[in-house]
Design a protein. Structure first.
Lengths: 318, 288
């Protein structure tokens, strides 16, 4: 009888998705833009991608061995971090700098805070910002077809015009994975169809960013300018692959919208009023820090529970 | 152990101001861009610390307890002014790179903390050695942080270029965030070493005094140094005309200092629930 009656606590219904499967989906979704990056920038881009992935996996493995924790390399999250980090680097970057950045991303941003699920900031972007501050010269040295060239965003910022079709396909200077809006969107559609991400955060991000541009950029509703701003930098890659990171984005529905608006406004602020032409990385990691607060103020009301009115606090002295 | 050597050991290792007490974080984070800056800041603080400790210790029976803080500040400020002018005259380059942080030694937590918790209660020679120990601990801490930051951020140490690192500079470590990273990693390493020592059977005694406790919620951290009895004596006798006015309550300070007075108070109150348990225990004894 006891063999027939199997008693267990919840959850009773399990989905087949686990961390490694979701990470695998993300890797598959990143493949189009990675392959295009390699095609666009040559074998050195491939080398950088491999170095970043390898360093991330090895440093996670070594950290867990040294601190005698359970080795979690198999969940592929380190691979995703390495791949995302590499896609955010210019292909001319010296190898040792990529190694330092990967180690920083995994050890400091992720493992020191408790590993996957505990990090308060997207590891790949944490690593990228660390490198942006440390290696300012090489991190902003963009080449395309062997010629040093400004990124489309820098060109817009200095008042030049850019070819919109080139931006969509990605035949421009920039980091390995960000140039081609088309291939990033293909990856994003794969993720959405597989149910890994939903459109709330990227949607709120892009809409609020466009609204910000229309209001404050000084160009009004100039569609060429807006398309160039959307496709010219890391915004698409950031919106679909980094802002939607489960660990560092809010889980409440309203929180996701708020988070997206934060991202859009901050990106607009950095891009239009900041010194640098790009600001997606900073916007995302800054909003990552706001996530606990956003979740605190957007806790949904449980069904049947009346929201308590705030009673006026009586001061102790009176 | 000799009590003088014990003071130095206490300052350098057991209660290292930088890595254990976490005091003086402002200069620690701000000036340690290079090893030479760290050692300069550490030594100038040490000099002020030794002199002020000795002076405050010598004056400890003269300074009225109620105005001790202003009195300490005046003493410390005099010495800092001397050090300030001396550095300006003899090591102008170091003076320039340390900038505002030399005058700011006046309000350095380490100096006021040692004056309050040690020098104002102990004889001159012990206080001097306490100053030497704490100052050395601070100097070692700052020099360590400065060296690591200089090696990683600038590829040199004590302004001597390290040829191997010529092309490998990580600029971030020379900037403000680098200070936080290096400090936290060094503190973590030190905690690992302390833990290992404890496992090997050399338990380190817990840090003494209020500085180890939770001072965030403590409004009386300056009075929280076991001075409850002294405070009572120094308070002026209550004028009979002022009886209606509330008498300053010194009990709060007693509660904060975990000395014997505290437990006596609790016992007198008789409301402690542990008494009930005591009865039961006694009954149990009788039965057996």
């Amino acid at each position: 009888m006891s063999d027939l009656l199997h008693v267990s606590s919840s959850p009773h219904v399990r989905a087949k998705d686990d961390t490694s499967r979701i990470m695998l989906y993300v890797i598959i979704a990143l493949l189009p833009t990675s392959l295009f990056g390699i095609f666009n920038f040559g074998p050195r881009a491939l080398l950088l991608i491999l170095v970043c992935i390898f360093t991330c996996v090895i440093s996670e493995f070594l950290f867990e061995k040294i601190t005698k924790r359970k080795v979690t390399v198999k969940d592929l999250s380190a691979v995703v971090t390495g791949l995302l980090l590499a896609l955010n680097l210019p292909h001319t970057l010296p190898i040792w700098q990529a190694v330092v950045g990967s180690v920083f991303a995994i050890v400091v941003v992720k493992m020191l805070f408790g590993g996957l699920g505990q990090n308060f900031m997207n590891p790949a972007l944490g690593g990228r910002v660390f490198m942006l501050v440390s290696f300012a010269a090489t991190m902003t040295n963009f080449e395309f077809d062997g010629v040093a060239s400004a990124t489309p965003l820098a060109m817009i910022k200095s008042g030049e015009s850019v070819n919109t079709l080139d931006l969509l396909i990605g035949r421009t200077g920039g980091t390995i994975g960000e140039t081609s809006t088309l291939f990033v969107l293909i990856g994003a559609i794969i993720l959405i169809l597989l149910g890994v991400i939903d459109l709330t955060i990227p949607g709120a991000y892009i809409v609020s960013f466009v609204v910000f541009l229309v209001l404050f950029s000084g160009h009004g509703f100039d569609s060429n300018y807006i398309v160039a701003q959307l496709c010219g930098g890391g915004l698409m890659l950031g919106a679909f692959f980094m802002a939607t990171d489960y660990v560092t984005s809010p889980i409440t529905p309203m929180g996701k919208v708020l988070f997206g608006i934060c991202l859009g406004v901050l990106t607009g602020l950095y891009r239009i009023f900041g010194n640098s032409a790009e600001g997606v990385s900073y916007a995302i990691i800054f909003s990552n820090l706001l996530v606990p607060l956003i979740e605190k103020i957007t806790i949904p009301r449980a069904f049947g529970i009346v929201r308590q009115k705030k009673t006026k606090e009586v001061k102790a002295n009176e | 152990m000799n009590k003088y050597i014990e003071r130095i050991y206490n300052g350098v290792w057991k209660e290292n101001p930088t890595f254990v007490l976490m005091l003086g974080m402002c200069p620690t984070l701000a000036v340690t861009t290079s090893a030479i800056n760290g050692i300069g800041m550490g030594l100038s603080t040490t000099v002020v610390l030794i002199l002020s400790n000795m002076m405050i210790s010598a004056l400890r029976n003269i300074i009225p307890d109620r105005v001790r803080m202003p009195a300490f500040i005046v003493v410390v400020a005099s010495f800092v002014t001397m050090v300030d002018f001396l550095m300006q005259g003899f090591v102008p380059s170091l003076y320039d790179s340390l900038g505002i942080y030399i005058p700011l030694i006046v309000v350095n937590c380490i100096i006021l903390g040692r004056a309050e918790s040690y020098a104002s209660k102990n004889p001159i020679v012990e206080s001097m050695f306490d100053g030497i120990g704490m100052g050395l601990g601070f100097t070692i801490g700052l020099t360590l942080i400065g060296s690591v930051r200089e090696i990683l951020g600038n590829g040199s140490i004590f302004d001597v270029n390290i040829a191997v690192l010529n092309d490998y500079h990580i600029t971030l470590f020379g900037l403000a965030p680098g200070a936080f990273f290096v400090l936290s990693i060094l503190v973590a390493l030190m905690n690992i070493v302390r833990k290992k020592m404890e496992e090997k059977g050399k338990p380190l005694p817990p840090v003494q005094g209020c500085l180890a406790g939770d001072c965030r919620t403590c409004t009386l951290s300056s009075g929280c140094t076991g001075k409850a009895t002294i405070t009572k004596e120094v308070l002026p006798p209550v004028n009979p005309k002022d009886v209606a006015k509330p008498v300053p309550d010194t009990r709060i300070e007693v509660e904060h200092t975990s000395n014997t007075l505290n437990t006596i108070d609790v016992e007198k109150s008789g409301s402690d629930s542990s008494y009930a348990d005591d009865d039961i225990v006694e009954k149990g004894k009788e039965e057996s």
